[in-house]
Each structure stands twice: as C-alpha cells, then as structure tokens.
Design a protein. Structure first.
Length: 331
C-alpha cells in the first residue's frame, strides 16, 4: 500500500518538475540572437591543395602547418621538401587522404553550422574575431589547432569511432570522440577556448574553478549551437550522460566528503577533469571527466536562478565560488 506521505512526496516532485519546465519555456528567448549572419564561413581545403600540389598560396597557414603542426621546418627548406615528398607519395598517407576525402566530400552542413555559431558568438562578444577556417591532414595530430585569425581541424581525427587505424592507436574512451558529426562543435569549442582562456576566466586553480570554467564553456556551446546534441557538445556518449544524470547526487556527495572541491593539487584536479577511462574517486563505471558535467549543472542552475545575468556576465565572472553560491546547487 502506498502511504499518504509517499503520494505527497511524488506530487511535490511533479509540481517542481512542471514549474521548472514552465520557467524554461518562459525564458526560451533569453539567448536568442537577432538578425542573420553577415559573413558566411567557407572552409579552406588545405588538405586537398597541399596533397595535390605540395604547396599553398595561403602563406600564413602554410607556415603554421610546416612550423607548428608538422614541425618540419620552413616551407622551401630541405627538411620541408623531404617531408612534402613523403607526404604526397607514401602509400599509408595516400590511403588516409582517400578516406578523408570520402568522409568529407561535402562540408556544406559544417559550413552552415559554423556560419550561425560565429554569428551568435559575434553578437555576445563583438571583439572576438571570426577566424578563417581550414581542414588539414596531420597524421593523427592535434584535433583542433588555432592561431591568431586561424582555426583548423585535423580531419583524420574524425573518421568514425570504428575506423580501423584508431583501434590500434587509441583507447575506446579516446576514439569515442573521433567521428565526423562532432567536428562542427569541436571547431567552435576550440575557438572559444582560444579566446576565452582559463587564465582570463579563472581566479584560482582549485578544482571548483576548473569545473566552473568547463561548465561555462559547455553552457556557452549550447547557446552558440542550440541545435547540436549534448553528446556532440560534451564528448560524452548517451550512456555516459545517463550515468552523470543518474549519479549527480552521489558525485556531488563524493566531492564534498573528500573535500576536493577547493583542492589545488594538480595531481588531484587532473583526475577529475582529464581524459581517462573513468573518473578517479568515482565508481569505475563513471565516464572520464564526469566532474565537468557537475560543473555544467552548477552553471545551468546559476543561470536559471539568476535570470538577469547575461551570457557576457556569466563568462567573464572569474569568481567560481560566487557562481556556486548563486546557483544554490544541491542535487
């Protein structure tokens, strides 16, 4: 038999849920951006140009590619020419190039998504420039590379989680993010991180500061690319997001019990926020970086409880404790 107190408890939870939905619907236009993009993003296919010709008329990106991405010396140098010949004639590179061209034969959808995302970014932060966007092949190098005015993706890191080469190079938790549908979100996230760095948005280096920083970035991504899935934005799988949701109270209790929230020990902090098979201090069925989801939930609660705070105010607020206090976070 169900007790009267149980019925009251269930009813109260449903009322709270309905009230939350109502509040969300009332603030649905809070992050809307007026107008249409004034600048369309066209992805520069350096991957194609360099493979076909061994050069590129865009000297700025060619220098970046040679000196920093591949680290093979100045364009035109002996070492660079040697690299260029190997790159264009090696059988394994030829196969990789073919796979990349097949996967990214049409990038118009990515260009459209980036066009709107950077339009929204420019609305919230007019002083942040819109970069020139590229694609390149680096033999499984850094996924996203940025430099002043330049943003590029190593597209051989986005060939699909079941790509054969990944199975020998990466652990499953690493390969789970290497699929083409994630590329647009990674472009935008990479550029935002390069402009709104930890140094700019963090007062201290406590675990809480990193959690709030990561939470703000993820929250901002939802605003910039509202049509994108949380899986693509966060890098978590659907099952991992379910785990984070179902264990939100437990993870919070663990952070408080271990008194790690204000810990500044880099070896402790990294175990919560770095890529890993699971999050240390949490159960082994947790996803790596699960504490970042907790940070996102704090930021989400902060914005819900402070409807007059703008996106700019949120991002530029460096006091993580103030965000936590204002969130009244208690899962």
């Amino acid at each position: 038999m169900v007790s009267l107190s149980s019925i009251k408890s269930i009813t109260m939870k449903r009322l709270i849920g309905l009230c939350s939905l109502f509040l969300l619907s009332c603030t649905g236009g809070r992050y809307d951006v007026p107008g249409k993009p004034e600048q369309n993003i066209t992805i520069q296919r350096f991957d194609q140009t360099f493979y076909k010709t061994g050069s590129c008329s865009d000297s700025a990106f060619l220098d970046l590619y040679a000196n920093q991405i591949m680290e093979v010396g100045e364009p035109g140098s002996t070492m660079f020419k040697h690299f260029e010949q190997i790159f264009r004639n090696d059988a394994s590179v030829r196969e990789l190039y073919s796979d990349c061209q097949e996967r990214f034969s049409d990038v118009s959808d990515i260009e459209t998504e980036l066009t709107w995302a950077f339009h929204r970014l420019k609305y919230f932060f007019p002083n942040i420039p819109i970069p020139k966007v590229y694609m390149h092949i680096a033999g499984y190098g850094e996924s996203i590379v940025s430099a002043p005015g330049i943003l590029s993706a190593d597209i051989d890191k986005y060939l699909g989680t079941d790509y054969d080469v990944y199975k020998s190079l990466y652990s499953p938790y690493q390969a789970q993010k290497m699929y083409p549908e994630k590329l647009a979100a990674d472009y935008v996230t990479g550029w935002v991180r390069s402009e709104l760095t930890e140094d700019k948005l963090m007062d201290q280096h406590q675990l809480l500061d990193y959690m709030i920083y990561e939470g703000k970035i993820l929250f901002f991504m939802k605003v910039l690319i509202p049509e994108e899935s949380m899986e693509n934005l966060s890098g978590f799988t659907t099952a991992q997001l379910d785990w984070c949701t179902q264990n939100e109270h437990n993870t919070w209790e663990t952070l408080l019990r271990l008194k790690h929230l204000y810990n500044t020990d880099a070896s402790i902090v990294s175990k919560y926020i770095q890529e890993a098979p699971y999050t240390a201090f949490f159960p082994t069925d947790s996803p790596g970086r699960a504490a970042i989801w907790t940070g996102y939930r704090m930021v989400d609660a902060y914005m819900e409880n402070n409807p007059h705070v703008s996106i700019q105010d949120l991002l530029l607020k460096t006091n993580a404790q103030a965000v936590l206090t204002g969130a009244r976070y208690n899962p």
